[in-house]
Write a protein that binds this ligand. Structure first.
Ligand code: GDP
Ligand code: MN
Length: 351
């Protein structure tokens, strides 16, 4: 791992934005980083994401950014991203054993599944790399050595957009309000990718009842007290969360139990349902936060904050009619109902 050195093409350092208040503005700086898993070929789509994050938030705060890859990052990737990020950049290679088939996986069985999913035209159904990606995001990114010194992370993917100014520190908000996990979009998972995930979760729950939190959000995952999964999940391409929670014995017992059951390869379990189920079962409801004020896009869904007043004050450029929150395929209405939160004024008009 190496730290990106600041480019200095003009004789001054162009990316420190000295006219903005330092990271200490608004209170103490959090021990936090952005984190992105990416291929070298993602660099230009990622550049767009970084620009959004910097323009709307990080140019005022200068948080670090960790980039992770299963291959060595190219010089071009490092040059472009270091130049755009206003904090320090770090580039990490993923250890081979975090991005390969565990020995307990039956390769022939896994291959047959990929063939079957290909015929059924299930998205990424025939992909090996997508499965490694989902397993890595589920169980390993928070244990990469570059992540060790941080307590908080904000996950960013290529091609995302942020539509409103963020004029406070969401990491500090999380810490001050004892939050561990957060989301902006939620929806129903594609059933064919996770047919036995809930069975595996139930096995884990019976093996480790000590990890199931009192005051959890099981009611958001299941409409029959845990018998079946309703497929609600937080969309994990956006996450702000606590790394110590992911590194806890509870989460690691959960991940290892699921991993052993083989569904990352025998099915196509996504890190979104895996993280979501963990958060909903092993955290208290009020440790999970819905960031209504972080306006976000990842193809094909938009989270545009309900409430014109907020949108005007924060110079939002999203189209309110595109807001996915209260539509029938979103699970956010259910989140509000299960946790007893009051929906923002005007939500009925966006259904
Ligand atoms: P989708 O959002 O589910 O369609 O999946 P993406 O293609 O956006 O992948 C999710 C994240 O993993 C993104 O940050 C990608 O850049 C990253 N990613 C996906 N596949 C690979 C891979 O094979 N290698 C690396 N290094 N990153 C990957
Ligand atoms: Mn994506």
């Amino acid at each position: 791992p190496e730290e990106g050195s600041k480019l200095d093409t003009t004789g001054t350092t162009p990316n420190l934005a000295p006219e903005f208040p330092s990271a200490a503005a608004g209170g103490p700086r959090m021990n936090a980083t952005f984190v992105t898993l990416a291929r070298n070929s993602d660099v230009w789509e990622l550049a767009r994401s970084i620009r959004h994050v910097e323009d709307r938030f990080n140019e005022k705060y200068h948080y670090d950014w960790v980039f992770l890859n299963n291959e060595e990052f190219s010089e071009e990737f490092k040059k472009v991203t270091t130049n755009l990020v206003s904090g320090k950049t770090h580039y990490g290679l993923i250890p081979v054993d975090h991005w390969s088939f565990p020995d307990f996986i039956d390769q022939e069985k896994a291959e047959a599944v990929r063939e079957e999913m290909k015929n059924k035209k299930i998205i990424y159904g025939d992909s090996i790399s997508y499965r490694h990606m989902c397993r890595y995001e589920s169980g390993f990114f928070f244990r990469h050595e570059l992540m060790n010194k941080f307590e908080w992370y904000w996950r960013v993917e290529p091609s995302i957009e942020l539509y409103c100014d963020i004029d406070y520190d969401p990491f500090k908000f999380m810490a001050d309000n004892k939050k561990k996990y957060s989301f902006v979009l939620s929806l129903f998972e594609y059933v064919e990718t996770i047919p036995t995930l809930w069975d595996s979760v139930k096995t884990f729950m019976s093996k480790h009842p000590e990890h199931i939190a009192e005051g959890n959000a099981l009611g958001w995952l299941s409409d029959d007290e845990g018998d079946t999964y309703n497929h609600c999940h937080f969309w994990s391409n956006f996450e702000i969360g606590n790394l110590n929670w992911l590194r806890s014995k509870a989460y690691l017992d959960y991940f290892n139990s699921l991993d052993r059951d083989g569904g990352f390869f025998y099915e196509r379990w996504g890190d979104a349902p895996v993280h979501s189920i963990a958060a909903a079962l092993m955290l208290k409801q009020d440790e999970i936060h819905f960031f209504n004020d972080i306006a976000y896009y990842h193809v094909p869904f938009t989270h545009c904050p309900t409430g014109e007043d907020y949108r005007l004050k924060h110079k939002c450029h999203c189209e309110p009619g595109k807001n996915f929150d209260w539509k029938s395929y979103s699970c956010t209405t259910k989140w509000f109902d299960v946790t007893g939160l009051q929906k923002p004024d005007g939500w009925e008009k966006e259904v």
